[in-house]
Design a protein around this ligand. Sequence first.
Ligand code: ADP
Length: 684
Amino acid sequence: MAALPILLFEDKIMETVEKNSVVVIIGETGSGKSTQLSQILHRRGYTRSGAIAITQPRRVAAVSVSRRVAYEVGVQLGEEVGYAIRFEDRTSDKTCIKYLTDGVLLRESLSNPELDQYSVIILDEAHERSLNTDILLGLMKRLVKLRSSNLKVLITSATLDGVKVSKFFSGCPVVNVPGTLFPVEMLYSSERPKSYFDASFRTALDIHSREPPGDILIFMTGQDDIDKMVSKLEEKIQNLDEGSCMDALVLPLHGTLPPELQVRVFSPAPPDCRRIIVSTNIAETSLTVDGVVYVIDTGYVKQRQYNPSTGMYSLDVVQISRVQADQRAGRAGRTRPGKCYRLYPSIVYHEELLDATVPEIQRSSLAGTVLYLKSLNLPDIDILTFDFLDAPSRESLADALMQLYVIDAIDAAGMITHVGRTMAELPLEPSLSRTLIEADELGCLSQALTVAAVLSAEIALRPIQRNAKDSKSKEQPLQLPDGSRWGDHIQLLQIYESWDRADYDSDWCINHNLQVRSMKFSKDVRKQLSQIMQKISKGPVDVQSSLRHRKGEHDYRSLRKALCKGYGNQLAERMIHHNGFRTLGYRSQLVQVHPSSALETNEDGRLSDYVVYHELISTSRPFMRNVCAVDMAWVMPIMKKLEKMDVYKLSGGLEAAITKPVEHEAHQQANKEINSSGTGDSVE
Ligand code: ADP
C-alpha cells in the first residue's frame, strides 16, 4: 500500500512543530492525520516529557482509531496506546499515546488546568466544530501562553478553514498536506426525488449491476433508515439472477453500532465481491473507509438543534453544507477515479447549500458549558469575555445563565455556588448532577444514581408495551411493582432494580427484550457515578447494588422531589380543560406527553398536575420524553425563584435579548387558546 500522504510530509511537519507552539495541519480525510501524527511525534521523542493527547469529537472515532494505532505500533490496546471516553477508560500508567473525546479532555483540565501530563495536545477533526472542541480551542490559546516551553498544540482539519484557525492563534503556521485524490465525476439528479430512500436504493442497484468493481458508500440520515436499507438491499441482491452480477456484502455504519460490527468496514471486500456501505455522516470525515469508488449522496443529514427561546431540542433532517457535500464526494476518489451520485440538482449544490455547517456552539444548550467555564475558576476566563472562534448568541448565553440560576448552580449575581461546584465534578448534564445532589440530601441517592446511569447510558429501555397484548414478540412481560404510573424515571429505576434482584443475569435481559450490552453498560456507569458520589455524599453509597440504603417509599416521593429540583428548568403544568401540558418558566409553550411514556394520568388529573421532563423533542409537535409526576408544593419555590430572577444581574450586565418570564395573563391566554382550539387531544 502506498505511504499515507502525511508520512511524505513528516519532515516538514516536524520542522514546523519544533519551531512553533501551535500548528494547524490541513489534510484530506484519509491522509493519516488521526492515525499517524501521534506515531510520528512518538518516534521523534515527544513522549519523553509527557504523553500525547489526541482529541476526537466522537466516541466511536476515539475507540476505532486508538485500536488501529495500537495495532500499527504493535502493542496491546490500553498499554502504550489507549483511549478514554466518558465512562470508559482504557489507559494505563504506560499510556503515552492517548485518544480521548474532547469532552474528556475538558474534564481532565478541571482537575489539572495546566494539563501538564501532556507534552503534545492534538485537537483532531477541528473542522467538525463540535462544542467541546471549540471550547478547547479557546483554552489552548491560554495554555500555550502558560506553557510555551513545554507544550505543543496541533490542530488538524480536513477542510480549508485553516486560515481562520490560524488567525485565531495569532497567525500560527498552517501546513497543507495535499492528498492524492483522484478525479471524481459528479452526477446530479435532474430534480429532487420524491423519496430519498427509494432513489438511493435504485441508484445503488444500478451501480451494482452496471458499473465495474469498487465499493459503494451511501450516506443516509439515521440508524432506522440505514437498517431498513441494509435489509432491503440484502434481500434484493440475494434474489438477483445468479451470474447477472458479482456478489455484494451490505454493511451498516453508524455511531451506535457495536464494536464487533464496526470493524467489518475496515476489512477489504472478499474477492469478486462488492461492498455496499450504508452510513451516517460518520463516514464523511470521522472514519475512513477504504475501497470506495461510488458515493451516493442524499444531500441530507440529521442534526440536533437547540432553540434557546423555547428551550427545545429538535432533531431535524437538514440539508448538508457545501463543505460536507465535497467531503462526501471526496470519499469516492481515494484509491482511483470515482463517481459521486448527488441525488439533487446541481443548482441546489451551487445556490442552496450553506457554505459550511453551523458550528455546534450555535445550536446547543450552553448550560453545561457555562457551568464548566465558571467552575474552572480562572480569573482570566469568563463566559462573557471568553475567546470563541465563533461566539454563541447572547440569547443562548442568557438562557444558559437562567437555567443554571434556577437549579442553584449560580447565585443571583451570576457567581458559581457551592452546589454548582459540586455539580461540575459529575460527568453529567446539569439537571442530572443537580438531581443527585438533592437526592443525597433527601436520602434517596441510591435510586437517583440508577436513574442517572440508565439515562446517561442512553439505553433504549422501552420493553414494556402497555398494549403488550398486541405485541407479536414472545418476550415475557415484566412485572413491575406498582409505581411506574409515576412516570418513566420510576419505570427505568424499577426495571434496573428487577435486574439487580435477578443478580444481573444476562438471560433475564434477553427474556425481557433488553439489550444485555446496554444494561451492563448502565451498571458500569452507575458504579462510576457512585464512586464519584462517595467523595461528595453525606451518607454511605453502595457502589455495587442499587437495592440497599434506600428509602422504601411506595410513591417514590423523595426521588421525585429530587428530580423536580434537578429538572427545575423542565417543568410542565397540566392544562385544566385539556389533555396537554404547558411548560413553566420564562418560556411557556404547549406540549404533550410522548405516547411511549409510562406516566398514567387520572381522569381528574389528580395524579400529575405537574411533571418534569428529561427532554422536549419536536417531531410533528412538541413532546415531553421521559416524564415524572411531581407535586405542586415542590414546584412553587422554583416559580418564586424565577419571578425574582434578574437576568441583567445574573449576566453581569449582559444585555441579552431574552424573553421575559411569562406573566400570569399570558398563561391564561395560552390556556384559553389551546382549550378553544380542540386539536390537541390526540397524541401521535
Ligand atoms: P485522517 O485522520 O487524515 O482522516 P486516518 O489517520 O484516520 O486519516 O486514516 C488513515 C488510514 O488508516 C486510512 O487508510 C484508514 O482507512 C486507515 N484506518 C484508520 N482507522 C482504521 C481502523 N480502525 N482500522 C483499519 N484501518 C484504519
